[in-house]
Design a protein around this ligand. Sequence first.
Ligand code: KG4
Ligand code: ZN
Length: 332
Amino acid sequence: MKTLGIETSCDETAIAIYDSENGIIGESVHSQMQIHAEYGGVVPELASRDHCSKIVNVLHDALGDIKLNSIDQIAYTSGPGLLGALLIGESFAQGLSTALNIPLISVNHLEGHLMSPMMEFDELDMPFICLLVSGGHSMIVDVKEKGDYEILGQSQDDAVGEAFDKVAKMLDLQYPGGPHIENLAKKGKSNTFDFPRPMINSNDLNMSLSGLKTSVLYTIQKIENMDDQIKCDIAASFQQAVVDVLIAKIKKAVDQTGRSDVIIAGGVAANQFLREEFKKLENQLNINVYYPHMKYCGDNAAMIAFVGSKMLSKVNDHSSKVRARWPLDELE
Ligand code: KG4
Ligand code: ZN
């Protein structure tokens, strides 16, 4: 069975085809990064317009030689995300499902992220713990079974990716800042600045990034002669503080739930330093740590097609399902 997935929740226009026998057989992602970079963040109207003008080309690119009439069902992201952007994906999905007379499935974007490593690792099965760290979300989820997700903790303020982006902006780096911070950090010393690790010892699994970010800001403001090496040291010290907090919370989550598989997903999971540090937990805690393939850390449609393929095909009623906010523990 072939499921065509559509993702337009933020600044990537993506389409992929998941075949239940052969896995992902076609995919294409168009990133709007260049459009938003000069504004330092995603501009919703520009995002919607660009989805609109690129989505047909992305479809052709994803399909390649695959015939459109061989698709069995359409899955699309209906939230959470930017409403205007989601509506472009939804109306495109509705058009395709109507023209092809095939079922339409609405998928939660976060569920896509947390199931993404399952596309690749056959041995990985639920239950597991997921640390989902992206530009808009930072949470620890107990993934019990398909559709049954308990949020064990989350950021009380900035998302982890958002904190990376804001610190990058303070250092005059381009949006999105995560990869730039990671690159600078490679040349920096992580113990140069002793940034705070907010809530690291709190009894719960919640996190807070805003105090850390503000501490970085005050540190930068006090430096009179900023140079490249100091920037690298700030990046490395900041990145270390973030990873320390995330590791402490995951240790607590493993202890609390007794789960033996942990997956790290979302855009920030592309960070190699974070990957290496979490890998060290495998021996320490006797657990397995999984990451999505690098190309499936950020937003993509493969994960949406994959989740759709696991859902029962429903005949669509063509009502609009999009929502800006759609918590993982409120899937119906
Ligand atoms: O999952 P994603 O592509 O989009 C959202 O759903 O938010 O995540 C994007 C976020 C951005 O904040 C970006 O700076 C961050 O992921 N990111 C990184 C890295 N690559 C992307 N953060 C740290 N290190 C990276 N290598
Ligand atoms: Zn995402």
